[in-house]
Design a protein around this ligand. Sequence first.
Ligand code: NCD
Ligand code: ZN
Length: 347
Amino acid sequence: MPESKTLTIKRPDDWHVHFRDGAMLATVVPYTARQFARAIVMPNLVPPVTTITAANAYRDRIAAAVPEGVAFTPLMTAYLTDETDTDELANGFEQGVFSAVKLYPAGATTNSASGVTDISRVAGVLERMQDIGMPLLVHGEVTDPDVDVFDREAVFIDQVMSQLVADFPALKVVFEHVTTRDAVDFVADQSGPVAATITAHHLVINRTDIFRGGIRPHLYCLPIAKREVHRQALRAAATSGNAKFFLGTDTAPHAISVKETACGCAGIFSAPTALEVYAGVFDEEAALDKLENFASLNGPAFYGLAANTETVTLERAELVVPESVISAEGEAVQPFQAGETLGWRLA
Ligand code: NCD
Ligand code: ZN
């Protein structure tokens, strides 16, 4: 069969991004807005986004960073803490300010110090969210320092996630940035409204890549990339067409200065070429016909939103990933696969 040279799909959305704030926000927002119509914006600022007022102000700062003539809608989230006021979340959801709530186990990842120390403390909040149909987005890793970092997602399923979905069977739950076969199987097996996002980078790298020829801090993120069998399971899930799996890049920019250091930050900045990387993966898996489901249809369906009506066209052509992206204040950020050549680009 002749290879098609272009692929047109409904404009996609990114269901998991970190935009940060200030100069970094101004630098990174255009990359996401170029490709995606909407994005779920993670609330792990310092201090975190916990109120309607803070979310509205943050949304306005994001909107101000969107280039002229580009249509992009940020979908805001609330950061769940032990002290979260249930009414604030429910009111924010009903007013259309909050699209979802993010649960970070306290200490699990970048800027998660104010996260939840024990699920039992937020049971009342979850009950209410279940009643009103407000999605819970979960960073699924245990934080016990004695649990091996490569096992933290699988242990989270056993210790937290299984009970969570049993206790709240009608709660909409997104298992964010899944990295293991265990998580893929868990999500696929659920009869309730449980879905998962899959990043571009976890479809491309395994844990060996982090150490290929030397330690590669720009491939360090949380959850950390796992063994090859897990990468293969993620690729199979993403390209399966199963509506439970959808696109969420977890693009998480950090300045090169805090990545290339003795104790580097977790986070991979994939926004500049995210859609192109996904397209390459789907092409390699001979599943380009499933890209639209994963990137443009499954996410809106889960969130109860309409798919976008406009389209984007990808073309089979070489695209060199920029070595770095530099903010107005001169801060450099290195994108995922910097300097490498991709096989697809946005037309
Ligand atoms: C994210 C960040 O930097 O905010 N880092 C990461 O490695 N993914 C936080 C997160 O989503 O875990
Ligand atoms: Zn994230």
